[in-house]
Design a protein around this ligand. Structure first.
Ligand SMILES: Nc1ncnc2c1ncn2[C@@H]1O[C@H](COP(=O)(O)OP(=O)(O)OP(=O)(O)O)[C@@H](O)[C@H]1O
Ligand SMILES: [Mg+2]
Length: 588
């Protein structure tokens, strides 16, 4: 069940474990690469462990301690070096490809899920937070899904192997290095953990800055005309200061890490050297053995630092996993549900519909009406009375807190969202332009539309003159910035989009901004032509726009104070609608 009150939060457990098949699928698709990594990593560990041993034998052969062919050892040594280069290249390639595939598969999945969320989802999620999840969390998870765990296992194997090899050289080397390695690992893990909260804080701040910049650039014009530039600059400075503070803390915590690693390296070499010389003097260790012990002692810092940081990464990835899982489990808006029966026209029924945005006050309060099939309803009311909200409810963009909306006798909530989107066209108050051509913005990037159909839709919506004025016609570039559209043109484009879908129900929210009378006239005529034969709701700020409607709904503070045929309402001199018409004023 998806929550009808518009309160879906991250991690609604409705679809619990819906994300599991995704991960399973990922491992299935990439099993070849993962198997190759699982094979290469231990081989590489073995190679690293063997190298000092070969050098030991070579030195002992060269110094005459052990009779062995130095030439063969040199050959083996070079073979190992070559194998090392080969595996390193292959490992880097396979891991990078795997990380890329998994990160982007996850990103794609999250973006798809987010785009199918209902409007209320975006109320709960700040844009910066979504950026953080889509970008950072997926990268971390991508790494865990590619080679983090395998690498952690390989590094552990290498560390254990080194200590075992030291024991094998001389038990005293092993006895010295076992506690040393354990202590160092504990110390390194603590160091790696210290930087993490600071890095997290830094990343959150960066995400906030991204979100804020996005908001400011989108609303740049309003901010400038509203005189809010100083406020924005101050807010930017505040965020920048915060970023500096978190960044500095992260850097300060971060520098201790290389210092510890350096110290670890020096101490391990000194330990091996001191013990080696002592053993050599006592005649218990050959030069080759001392050299091999030194090599292992130098080598041990790599797996130790890797294990420490990989464990931290794995912990951070678990946090990311939780957050991403919560996103993936949030049920998309369109899943399942009944198909809409027949082809329309349908009637549209609001039955005791109440709605509030989140925990806010009631925006619609017990609204009931029945609009017969193929009829047009004009909705009037003051600014903020709930007109746009009523339209969003009819489109199931938001869901009622209480009550029911039925279309053709079927509960809107039980309908398949895609079927609903096909049957119902929503022409919102404003338009969001996407970077692309006029054609892209009209078809919303759906291919396969005939140019003649597109041009006809644009002309029908009143955009003929605009089309003629554009040098590249349908291929003219549009974006939210310099190549934008006026409010009126935007509304016409919205309408042209609706024309293309041939919907049975039309919901039109007229722009509250003033558009010039000629544009308004063109728009209105197009709209009335379009609404004919379809069930339609038109929200209008001008009573003149409602001359041809079949029903009128008057909203006051979210309550339906009047509903009926315009002629009947006008005949009653005491009706609110008659009063509005008598004033000759748009109610806004
Ligand atoms: N996304 C939202 N989140 C919270 N409250 C909202 C949201 N959208 C609208 N509201 C509130 O709901 C109430 C009704 O808004 P609505 O947009 O439905 O009014 P309207 O009648 O369409 O106004 P207008 O004539 O200005 O277009 C307003 O008080 C508004 O503040
Ligand atoms: Mg509105």
């Amino acid at each position: 069940m998806d929550n009808p009150d518009g309160h879906e939060t991250f991690g609604n457990n409705a679809d619990s474990h819906a994300w599991l098949p995704f991960f399973r699928n990922h491992f299935r698709i990439n099993r070849g690469r993962i198997a190759l990594l699982a094979l290469l990593l231990p081989l590489d560990v073995a190679r690293q462990l063997l190298t000092p041993e070969i050098l030991r034998r070579f030195i002992d052969a060269a110094t005459g301690h052990v009779p062995q062919s130095a030439g063969r050892l040199v050959a083996v040594y070079f073979a190992l070096v070559a194998a090392g280069l080969g595996t390193a290249t292959l490992l880097t390639n396979v891991s990078a490809k795997l990380a890329w595939t998994s990160t982007n598969a996850l990103r794609d999945r999250i973006v798809r899920n987010i785009l199918h969320q209902r409007a209320s989802f975006f109320h709960d999620a700040a844009p910066g937070e979504l950026v953080d999840r889509i970008d950072n969390d997926t990268t971390r998870l991508g790494s865990i899904m590619s080679n983090l765990l395998l690498d952690l296992a390989a590094q552990t194997l290498l560390a254990v192997g080194i200590v075992a090899a030291l024991f094998h050289l001389d038990w005293r080397f092993g006895a010295l290095f076992l506690p040393f390695a354990a202590t160092m690992l504990a110390l390194l893990r603590r160091q790696a953990g210290r930087a993490l909260p600071h890095i997290e804080a830094q990343r959150r701040t960066e995400a906030r800055i991204l979100g804020a910049v996005d908001e400011w650039t989108t609303g740049a014009e309003d901010l400038r005309t509203g005189g809010a530039v100083t406020h924005v600059r101050r807010a930017l400075w505040d965020l920048a200061r915060l970023e500096y503070r978190t960044g500095r803390a992260a850097a300060a915590a971060g520098v201790r890490w290389p210092a510890t690693v350096q110290a670890l390296s020096v101490v391990s070499i000194l330990l091996a050297l001191a013990l080696g010389i002592w053993l050599h003097h006592r005649g218990s260790a050959t030069v080759g053995t001392v050299f091999a012990a030194l090599s292992y002692a130098t080598l041990i810092r790599f797996p130790l630092t890797q294990i420490a940081s990989r464990i931290q990464e794995a912990q951070a990835a678990v946090v990311s996993l939780r957050r991403v899982r919560a996103l993936l489990e949030n049920p998309p808006d369109h899943r399942g549900g009944a198909e809409l029966a027949g082809t329309g026209p349908y009637d549209l029924v609001f039955e005791h519909v109440t709605f509030a945005y989140g925990d806010g006050p009631r925006v619609l309060d017990d609204v009931s009406f029945r609009l017969p099939p193929g009829k047009t309803l004009g909705v009037v009311g003051r600014t903020g009375s709930g007109k746009s909200t009523l339209i969003k409810l009819a489109f199931h963009h938001v869901a009622p807190t209480a009550g029911q909306i039925r279309i053709g006798g079927q509960d809107l909530h039980a309908l398949d969202r895609r079927a609903l989107r096909r049957a119902v066209a929503y022409v919102p108050q404003g338009i969001t332009l996407f970077t692309g051509t006029l054609r892209d913005n009209l078809t919303l990037f759906a291919p396969g539309h005939d140019d003649a159909v597109l041009v006809a839709a644009l002309r029908e919506a009143g955009l003929g003159p605009l089309l003629e004025s554009l040098p590249d016609g349908l291929d003219s570039h549009l974006d939210a910035g310099r190549n934008g559209l006026s409010v009126g043109e935007g509304q016409m484009l919205n309408l042209a989009r609706a024309f293309l879908t041939e919907p049975a129900v039309v919901l039109l929210d007229e722009p509250s901004a003033q558009i010039d009378p000629h544009t308004e006239q063109t728009l209105r005529e197009a709209l009335h032509r379009f609404a004919r034969g379809r069930t339609a709701i038109i929200v209008s700020h001008r009573l003149a726009a409602l001359h041809h409607v079949d029903r009128i709904l008057v909203l006051e503070n979210g309550r339906a104070v009047e509903y009926g045929e315009p002629a009947r309402l006008l005949a009653d001199a005491d009706s609110v609608f008659a009063g509005l018409v008598a004033q000759g004023q748009p109610p806004a």
